[in-house]
Design a binder for this molecule. Structure first.
Ligand SMILES: Nc1ncnc2c1ncn2[C@@H]1O[C@H](COP(=O)(O)OP(=O)(O)OP(=O)(O)O)[C@@H](O)[C@H]1O
Ligand SMILES: [Mg+2]
Length: 267
């Protein structure tokens, strides 16, 4: 399906880690500007791999990816630095450096990409931490934060350069439902306030219900099982998609069944 003026394009992407063993094969998909798109699919199907290829960490074997018109896999020097500064990244593991304070972590992209004086950097960092409700933690170490606080601090860092697009890999994994919901609200607010395009990899159904405009579902081998709005996803008859939203296991015959009856059948 072709989307109007997509922020991210993936065209005929084939990529992997070991020669001869592709993780994603011939994937074409687009992510809309100004929307929240969620990427779903079973563990190990290649969601994080897709994000790595999009941000230029893993060069395509075939095909291409682009963000706001830039193929990050083939940019170098200042052009790459500039293109990267327009993308906010929230990694699956949160990736905060434990030996420096929250403020210093959040300030890192500003130090890398700007020549702003220290006082201005401190002010921007304070504003971003206030935005995620962590103003009080500015001088704490990441190890002194709870898991949810660490995710929010990582989100503040991802947002510090006012990116055009935010990519989040399982932002609410390991968080309690309330903390996960507050992170979702934060992502919704960021989209509404800054008109940001957001791509979120997630397994969490409540989170998808709350934030998703669009859903992209990948199957084993990284193939595209579904691409469309959340409403269309819920009406889709592809067994894996039905099973995902019903939290059940797709049967061999193609019809999905509740997990309980699947387990009963096996006994
Ligand atoms: N650095 C790596 N080197 C080699 N293989 C890798 C590497 N990273 C991931 N893989 C393999 O690529 C496949 C897809 O991994 P990926 O992390 O993209 O899955 P995922 O869909 O993000 O899974 P999850 O939902 O568990 O995060 C897996 O088989 C994994 O073992
Ligand atoms: Mg992953």
């Amino acid at each position: 399906m072709s989307k109007e003026d997509p922020i991210i394009r993936v065209e005929n992407l084939t990529v992997g880690y070991t020669p001869g063993n592709p993780i994603i094969t011939d994937l074409s998909v687009e992510f809309s500007r100004g929307k929240i798109s969620t990427i779903v699919g079973t563990s190990g199907c290649g969601k994080s791999t897709l994000l790595k290829s999009i941000i230029g960490l893993l060069r395509p074997w075939e095909g291409r990816t682009s963000v706001a018109g830039n193929d990050l896999n083939y940019l170098e020097g200042n052009e790459l630095t500039l293109a990267l500064s327009r993308i906010g990244l929230l990694f699956q593991q949160g990736a905060m450096l434990n030996s420096i304070t929250v403020a210093q972590n959040v300030a890192m992209p500003l130090r890398e990409h700007t020549k702003l004086p220290q006082s201005v950097i401190r002010e921007i960092v304070r504003l971003k931490l206030d935005l995620v409700g962590l103003g009080h933690a500015i001088d704490m170490l990441p190890s002194e934060l709870s898991g949810g606080m660490r995710k929010r601090a990582a989100l503040a860092r991802a947002m510090v350069l006012d990116p055009e697009v935010l990519l989040c890999d399982e932002p609410s994994a390991g968080l309690d439902p309330q903390t996960a919901a507050s992170l979702d609200e934060l992502i919704l607010n960021l989209k509404a306030t800054f008109d940001m395009s957001v791509v979120v990899v997630t397994h969490e159904l409540p989170s998808i219900d709350m934030i998703a405009d669009d859903v992209v579902m990948l199957g084993r081998g990284g193939q595209l099982l579904f691409d469309g709005s959340l409403r269309q996803a819920k009406q889709c008859q592809v067994p894996e998609v039905v099973a995902f939203f019903a939290r059940s296991v797709p049967s061999q015959s193609g019809r999905s069944k509740p997990l309980l009856s699947y387990l009963e059948e096996r006994e």
